[in-house]
Design a binder for this molecule. Structure first.
Ligand code: 9YW
Length: 418
C-alpha cells in the first residue's frame, strides 16, 4: 500500500466512532448523511464490514416517515452548532437534525453490494431504501417528479450563490423571534474567510428555529417555509438513486419493484429535463418553488445531472461545452461555482471539492466523456497527494482549505486508487 493510501485508511479509522464515521474531528463531530455514503463507497474495498455498518447506522437514524436526517447525534460532542437541543428532532432511537441531505446512500448501497456480493445485506437494506425514496416522492414533491429541500444545509452546498435570492426574500426576524446564537465553525481565525458569512448563517439558523417551532411538520412547513427549493444536485442524485434501487430490486429478482422504480427514475428525469434545464447557461439550475423562479447560476451542482444520466444527448453537448469553457479553464478541476460572486477560498463559492468531482467523473464516464472524467480524477488525485485529505481546495493554486483529515476526501482517494 502507498503511504497516502495508508494515511487514508488511518484517517477513516481515527474518525470512526461506534458504527459510523464523523466527517472531521475538528469541525463535524457527528454522523452526516451523504458524508457517510461517500465513506461507505471508499470503504467498500478497504473494509467492507465497516462500509456496510456505516450505511446500516445511517439507516438506523431514519425517521418513521422515511426521512433520513442530515445529522444523527449518536453521541455527545462539543464544538458544533446547531446541536441536538437546537434542532429538537429525531426518533426514540436517536436525536437528529430536522432536515435531510441528497440521497447518496442509495448509490452507495448499490456500490457496496456490488463490491461485496452480499445478498443478505442487499435484502436487509432494500425495504429501508424503498421507504426513504418513497418519502421523497410522497412528502417532498409537488408534481411527483422533481423533489425539493427546505434548507441550504440539506443541499450539501450550503452557501452556493444559487440560494442568495431565496435567502434575500425573507428577513430572519419574520420567521423567528430568537436570533441569538454563537457560531462554532469559525473558531480558528484563518477559517473565517473560508466559511459562509454571518448574513447566510442568520438565515440558516432562522430556518432551523422555524422548523422546530412547527414541530418539523412537513405539511405546515410546506405552507410556511420560505425556502422550498428543487435543487439540481439533489434531483440528479435522486434520479440515480431510483435507478440504483431498481437495479438492486432486479438483482433480488423482484421485477415488479424494479419496474416501478425505473418508471420513477424516468419520470423524475423528464421533469428535470423540462423544468430545470437552462439552455443558455448549458447546465441544470435549481428552482425556487416559493418565488416560482429558476435560480440561474453556473454551479457544478447543475453539471452533476450526468450522474443521473439526466441530460439528453443535445443537452449533454451543451453541458460539455459549458464545462470545458467555464470550469476546466482553472488550474484544478472542478471549481464548485463560476460567476460574479466566485471566491476561490470560500466553501461552495469556488473551491474544488472531491465528492463533487467523484460524482461528476462518474457521470461523465456514463456519457463516454473519458478525457474529461480523467482530467477531473487526475486533478483530484494530484490535490489529495500534494495537500493531504483537506475539505476543499483553491482551484487556481490548489492550496488545501477548510478542515484537514476530512473523511470523504480520504474515502474517495481510496476508491480512486483501488
Ligand atoms: C453543516 C459535513 C457537511 C457536509 C456538507 C458541507 C458542510 C455544513 O459539512 O455542511 O454544518 O452541515 O457543506 O456538504 O455534508 O461534512
Amino acid at each position: 500500500m502507498t503511504d497516502r493510501r495508508e494515511e487514508a485508511v488511518d484517517v477513516l479509522r481515527q474518525n470512526r466512532h461506534e458504527g459510523y464515521t464523523i466527517p472531521s474531528a475538528t469541525l463535524y463531530p457527528y454522523q452526516w448523511n451523504w458524508d457517510s455514503a461517500f465513506v461507505a463507497v471508499g470503504l467498500a474495498h478497504a473494509d467492507p464490514a465497516a462500509a456496510k455498518r456505516e450505511l446500516r447506522t445511517l439507516l438506523d437514524a431514519m425517521w418513521p416517515n422515511g426521512m433520513v436526517p442530515q445529522i444523527a447525534f449518536w453521541a455527545d460532542a462539543e464544538g458544533y452548532f446547531p446541536g441536538p437541543e437546537e434542532w429538537d428532532a429525531g426518533t426514540d432511537e436517536v436525536q437528529t437534525s430536522g432536515i435531510t441531505q441528497p440521497p447518496m446512500l442509495v448509490p452507495a448501497a448499490r456500490h457496496v453490494y456490488e463490491t461485496t456480493g452480499d445478498d443478505a445485506f442487499r435484502d436487509e437494506l432494500l425495504p429501508l431504501l424503498d421507504r426513504h425514496l418513497s418519502w421523497w416522492v410522497d412528502e417532498r414533491s409537488f408534481d411527483g417528479d422533481t423533489v425539493y429541500v427546505r434548507h441550504p444545509w440539506a443541499t450539501g452546498m450550503d452557501d452556493s450563490p444559487a440560494w442568495v435570492p431565496v435567502l434575500e426574500s425573507f428577513a430572519p426576524e419574520e420567521i423567528t423571534d430568537d436570533l441569538d446564537y454563537v457560531r462554532e465553525d469559525r473558531k480558528s481565525a484563518d477559517l473565517s474567510e473560508q466559511r459562509p458569512t454571518d448574513w447566510d448563517y442568520d438565515r440558516y439558523v432562522a430556518l432551523v428555529r422555524q422548523g422546530k417551532a412547527l414541530d418539523w411538520d412537513e405539511a405546515r412547513l410546506r405552507e410556511e417555509c420560505p425556502f422550498l427549493v428543487e435543487d439540481a444536485l439533489t434531483n440528479a442524485i435522486f434520479v440515480r438513486a431510483c435507478d440504483d434501487l431498481a437495479a438492486l430490486y432486479a438483482s433480488a429478482g423482484d421485477q415488479r419493484k424494479a419496474d416501478e422504480w425505473r418508471r420513477q427514475a424516468e419520470h423524475s428525469r423528464a421533469g428535470m429535463r423540462e423544468r430545470l434545464w437552462d439552455e443558455e447557461l448549458g447546465t441544470f439550475v435549481s428552482y425556487d418553488r416559493v418565488g416560482d423562479r429558476p435560480l440561474r447560476v453556473n454551479s457544478v451542482a447543475g453539471l452533476i445531472g450526468v450522474f443521473g444520466e439526466v441530460p439528453t444527448n443535445e443537452q449533454f453537448a451543451r453541458l460539455r461545452e459549458n464545462l470545458r469553457e467555464n470550469f476546466l479553464t482553472y488550474d484544478y478541476a472542478c471549481p464548485s461555482y463560476v460567476g460574479p460572486e466566485m471566491d476561490y477560498d470560500r466553501y461552495w463559492r469556488g473551491p474544488v471539492w472531491t465528492n463533487v468531482n467523484w460524482l461528476l467523473a462518474d457521470g461523465l464516464r456514463r456519457y463516454g466523456a473519458v478525457d474529461l472524467a480523467d482530467r477531473i480524477e487526475g486533478d483530484s488525485l494530484e490535490l489529495l497527494e500534494r495537500e493531504g485529505f483537506r475539505e476543499y481546495f483553491n482551484p487556481e493554486t490548489g492550496a488545501g482549505r477548510g478542515s484537514d483529515r476530512f473523511s470523504w476526501s480520504a474515502a474517495l482517494y481510496l476508491d480512486w486508487t483501488t
